[in-house]
Ligand binder design. Structure first.
Ligand SMILES: [Zn+2]
Length: 274
């Protein structure tokens, strides 16, 4: 009897870290939250949006990939308050592991830094994967994203848009984009058009607005070639470059793949093969 009671107590303690929302299982795994982070959020909101707020009224859900292979490394990356330059660190609200477990890293209505121009109104979902730009998010992650977005849409009636990070330009037609800092932008390919197409198809009829894939392949290749060219200034490993070549081959862009391989070889020679 005592053993049974102890077992039940342990089980209930374990379940306390998890929330069950209409069958959806969310594991609370908060990143470091402090007065300091709140101050950095305020500074970010003031500089980029001219807003005085650390909370958001969610209007969009933005889907990402982490470009890393484990949820632990992604969690570690988001954990601290600052980036190397001392400004607010990047973070998303949710992190989805390869096997589809959903971790909640911050309050759902916190202002997090995950997409230029939309942080003031967007909830971010990071999916573990996409190393070297390879579209490899899993079926379990797709299921988790579908259920999580349904849950968020039900909870926040203000949410109307769902888009991938790479669709940041197309999403400007929503009227949600705000950015006060001139020339502050970055090219993105995550979480890949295969995942976003599947997500759009699975969430049809939910009353959410999606965007078309917006020449993702061309953008992805431009991104890869730019990174390739910048290799002389930033250390990008040969493995990463090989990954880009593989990605171009997967996408059927054989000409681009050949070009990348040749450039990679020349650059490798130039940099003593390092
Ligand atoms: Zn992203």
């Amino acid at each position: 009897m005592i053993r049974k009671t102890l077992f039940l107590l342990l089980v209930s303690l374990f379940l306390m870290t998890e929330t069950f929302a209409g069958g959806l299982q969310i594991i609370d795994k908060p990143i470091r939250w402090s007065d300091f982070r709140e101050q950095l959020i305020r500074e970010y909101a003031a500089a980029h949006y001219n807003l005085e707020q650390i909370d958001i009224i969610p209007k969009a859900v933005v889907v990402h990939w982490t470009a890393s292979s484990t949820w632990e490394s992604a969690y570690k990356h988001f954990y601290n308050e600052t980036r190397a330059d001392g400004t607010l660190n990047v973070a998303s609200h949710f992190l989805v592991s390869r096997d589809g477990r959903i971790y909640r890293l911050t309050p759902e209505t916190a202002l997090n830094r995950h997409i230029i121009g939309y942080n003031w109104c967007a909830i971010g979902i990071e999916n573990v994967g996409g190393v070297n730009g390879v579209e490899d998010l899993t079926d379990a992650q797709l299921e988790a994203n579908v259920e999580l977005i349904k849950y968020l849409h039900k909870k926040y009636a203000t949410i109307s848009y769902v888009f991938g990070h790479y669709q940041q330009d197309a999403a400007k037609s929503s009227g949600l984009y705000i950015e006060n800092v001139p020339n502050y932008r970055s090219e993105k390919i995550d979480p890949g058009h295969i995942f976003m197409t599947a997500l759009k198809s699975r969430l049809q009829g939910e009353g959410l607005k999606f965007y078309e894939k917006v020449a993702c392949k061309v953008k992805a290749l431009n991104f890869m070639i730019t990174r390739m060219m910048l290799r002389s200034r930033f250390s990008i490993s040969t493995d990463v470059l090989k990954g880009y070549c593989k990605f171009a081959i997967q996408k059927g862009r054989l000409l681009a793949a050949s070009l990348l391989c040749v450039l990679s070889f020349i650059s490798g020679q130039k940099h003593g093969g390092k």
